[in-house]
Design a protein around this ligand. Sequence first.
Ligand SMILES: Cc1cc2nc3c(=O)[nH]c(=O)nc-3n(C[C@H](O)[C@H](O)[C@H](O)COP(=O)(O)OP(=O)(O)OC[C@H]3O[C@@H](n4cnc5c(N)ncnc54)[C@H](O)[C@@H]3O)c2cc1C
Length: 338
Amino acid sequence: MRVAVIGAGILGASVAWHLRRGGASVTVFDAGGTQATPGSFAWINASWGNDPIYRALRLASMELWPTLAAAVPGTGYRRCGGLMWDLPEADLRAFAAEAEDYGRLVTGAEASTLEPGLVAPPELAFHAPGEAQLEPQPAAKAMAGPVTEGRVALDETRGRPEVLIDGGREAFDAVVLAAGEGVNALLAPLGLQVEMSAPPGLLAWSQPVAPLLNGLVMAPELHLRQTAEGRIVVGEDFGGCDPGAEAEASAQLLFRQASTLLGRELTLERYTVAKRPTPGDGRPAVGALPLPGFYLALSHSGVTLAPAIGAMLADEVLNGWRDLLIAPYAPERLIYSV
Ligand SMILES: Cc1cc2nc3c(=O)[nH]c(=O)nc-3n(C[C@H](O)[C@H](O)[C@H](O)COP(=O)(O)OP(=O)(O)OC[C@H]3O[C@@H](n4cnc5c(N)ncnc54)[C@H](O)[C@@H]3O)c2cc1C
């Protein structure tokens, strides 16, 4: 089977990897430029705020990550655990009571043992040992394999999926749209649109420093992790608020707060503002489109969900099999004609 994957971000890359593993001949196309993946906080989690069905999908994907990372060198996957206290105490206790399979409450002394780099540890926190972090751009590159560079368009007027690039056209048995924010531009000539938004998120990056953090730290309005290279990455509110015109000032503020938490002056090396492709109801939109041969992979939390979405969508494209965990998230609920 010949399959085109449009988009070499973390979702397209995972779909491509799983399709190849399933025996497909895969061509990945990517336009370069703006992407969510390199600007992602890359926290792999099933933390608070998820309904049980969506939580089950996230947990399944978390379980798939170690196997995928073992098969694909260079993802930077690390099951480092997460320490979280970004909820009022009553909510933190309520979450801990309903998430006993995920982690447990820890005292300030235990929090200090887990994260000795914190000069002001919380009195009470939740520790989730199964949470992990990734180096999202190297991971996507490693999974995508060879990428054909260029902005493509799509056509179905000859009764089969075709990819248009550089004045030429190529027919495929199936085309997977994993184009993130760019998906509606691809769908428009096909007479379709998907309800979605792409809110921006700010992350601030330090120069590499000696090890300061063992795992992920989710303090109130301040999320931190340390990359494999030693950079401290800081975001606000699930990895990035909308910085508006004040991006640099917001990044400096995040760094001052992080410096206080770590008792160490951090130097801002750069900041990134990336858009989060987000389906209209905040849940994944994954599966067949209402046009023969076309499929969609669109999701918030794409770093967490990449293994599950990649494996399940590849199964659907190659075998027509739709996994029960992804079944509630068919794109049709968000697709409309134009
Ligand atoms: C600040 C921030 C923090 C985040 N934090 C987390 C987190 O902690 N945990 C988590 O799980 N997720 C997080 N996310 C979300 C996650 O990063 C995204 O869900 C994921 O990266 C989306 O990947 P993608 O492959 O769908 O899209 P992208 O990475 O945007 O890739 C889409 C690709 O499609 C290409 N493309 C588009 N149109 C065309 C075209 N016409 N022709 C060819 N190529 C095209 C683009 O060039 C791009 O490379 C965060 C995101 C942001 C921005």
